[in-house]
Design a protein around this ligand. Structure first.
Ligand code: SF4
Length: 311
């Protein structure tokens, strides 16, 4: 079958298989903290941030902001090398909004990352409303040195849900950003949260269909996590909403994978929230078990990425 030839054992276009085919080896991510904040927290766009976002700005695994980028990279390498032989890395600026600073500062920290000979890719998580002309010009320059990825937290295409999660920008802002990033040859990876309160299965699949047509190169699918100290945690406590068990989540993932354009690389299918903050769902902590069960489910039901994309 075509998918077996292209993606090894997996029935989907995983990041791991994509990188192995392009670089001939596994590439590991080092999560970095550029010391920025977010316009959705400091009052520029909103206060309090997105309803699900932890105090660390969704960068709970990122390096300490007190260290320079070079020091964070060295620390990350040391930790990875203690477990396995690794030679190549993705420098991933994860915490908060990583283009929300003067462009001179961004140039300094991103250049520090791409100058490391072991860093093969620069990946930057940000908001689509934080990609001004000067930032785009910088990303275009950096992309000539090493591949640059931009990760955008869209979560959903549905305006009502986006208002509930307090995302703070509309879908057309996202569309414009993706078009601009495509124009300058930057790879765009989009984060989607599944099982946001009030969303039906049909709505979640519509988000996938929309992204198939939007010109993106990668996707991160993640089940909603309720983290301590967030607005979502208060809502969950006051009016508990539906959180799926593992089987329900896997059934939905199967549908998303079948609909997804096979050219879109899947960077994530499940998440493991920080254990000290995670309120629900607790079963996501066993990430390996979830992925094994997903692979088994796809096989049992003869599902592969793109099966329903063309028809
Ligand atoms: S845009 Fe990102 S960093 Fe800012 S509040 Fe939302 S999830 Fe958190």
């Amino acid at each position: 079958m075509d998918h077996v030839r292209r993606w090894g054992e997996k029935r989907y276009h995983s990041l791991d298989s994509d990188l192995r085919s392009k670089y001939g080896e596994k590439i590991y991510k080092i999560t970095l903290n550029g010391g920025m904040t977010c316009p959705n927290r400091d009052g520029t766009v909103g206060r309090g941030g997105c309803i699900f976002c932890s105090a660390n700005g969704s960068g709970d695994f990122a390096g300490p902001a007190g260290l320079s980028v070079r020091e964070q990279l060295e620390k990350g390498k040391k930790e990875l090398l203690a477990k396995r032989p690794v030679r190549s890395y993705i420098a991933y600026f994860q915490a908060f909004t990583n283009t929300y600073a003067p462009v001179e500062y961004l140039e300094k920290i991103f250049t520090e990352a791409v100058s490391d000979p072991d860093v093969k890719i620069l990946s930057i998580a940000t908001r689509p409303d934080c990609l001004g002309r000067d930032v785009l010009a910088l990303l275009e320059r950096l992309n000539r040195i090493k591949p640059v990825w931009v990760e955008l937290g869209l979560q959903t295409i549905h305006e009502e849900t986006s208002r509930y999660i307090r995302r703070g920008y509309s879908l057309d802002v996202f569309d414009t950003a993706v078009n601009e990033l495509r124009r300058i040859g930057i790879q765009t990876i989009v984060h989607v949260i599944l099982f946001l309160p009030g969303e039906t299965e049909d709505q979640m699949l519509k988000t996938i269909d929309y992204l198939n047509r939007s010109g993106i190169q990668g996707i991160k699918l993640q089940l909603l996590h309720v983290l301590r100290g967030t607005g979502l945690a208060s809502d969950y406590e006051n009016h508990p909403f539906h959180i799926p068990d593992m089987e329900e989540y896997i059934r939905l993932l199967g549908k998303c994978i079948a609909r997804l354009d096979p050219d879109i690389v899947i960077h994530r299918l499940t998440g493991d929230g920080p254990k000290d903050l995670l309120i629900a769902p607790l079963w996501t902590g066993a990430k390996r078990t979830v992925l094994n069960r997903l692979n088994q489910y796809l096989k049992e039901n003869d599902i592969w990425q793109g099966k329903e994309f063309y028809g």
